[in-house]
Write a protein that binds this ligand. Structure first.
Ligand code: RP5
Length: 162
């Protein structure tokens, strides 16, 4: 079985519809990953254990999505040197600006690579994780290059008029 090098974690089951975008693009690119619910506030011990073991388990990037007081990505970054890619999940109350600021505004020393709010951010998180792995994996690099070229090729030259 292929070694799992990417972790996708999220604060709640309710984050899954967003975080599925990251999982889907990793599937498209043939990158194995694991998915877990890990909440900074509701399951802090699970967060600690996940961060403590991430390096030894061979993870190369962790995609962490959370909404509202979204401490999960930052707390994970404080616990492991594995690069953390943060996805601000869109919220009802504040449209995800709360999540964005919570994830983005890290103090110096513990960076989180923060993506856009919502589905686009989750998809880009998957692509970013794949790009990190592609630095050391020629076959994945080729698949990622092809994926990017196909996206570019799908963009029409001129707009359709109504
Ligand atoms: C955060 O609180 C989660 O990441 C989620 O986005 C938000 C709401 O969680 P639920 O109340 O839907 O479980 O921890």
């Amino acid at each position: 079985m292929a070694e799992i090098k990417i972790g996708i974690i999220m604060g709640s089951q309710s984050d899954w519809p967003t975080m599925q975008e990251a999982a889907d693009v990793l599937d498209e690119l043939g990158v194995p990953y694991e998915c877990k619910i890990v909440s900074a506030h509701r399951t802090p011990d699970r967060l600690w254990d996940y961060g403590k073991t991430a390096v030894d388990r061979g993870l190369k990037a962790i995609i962490a999505g959370a909404g509202g007081a979204a401490h999960l990505p930052g707390m994970m970054a404080s616990k492991t040197r594995v690069p953390v890619i943060g996805v601000p999940v869109q919220t009802k109350a504040l449209s995800g600006v709360d999540s964005l600021y919570s994830i983005l505004q890290m103090p110096r020393g513990f960076p989180v690579a923060t993506m856009a709010i919502g589905a686009a951010g989750a998809k880009n998180a998957g692509l970013m994780a794949a790009a990190i792995l592609a630095n050391e994996d020629e076959s994945l690099a080729k698949r990622l290059d092809d994926w990017r070229a196909a996206l570019s090729a799908s963009i029409p030259d001129t707009p359709e008029r109504d």
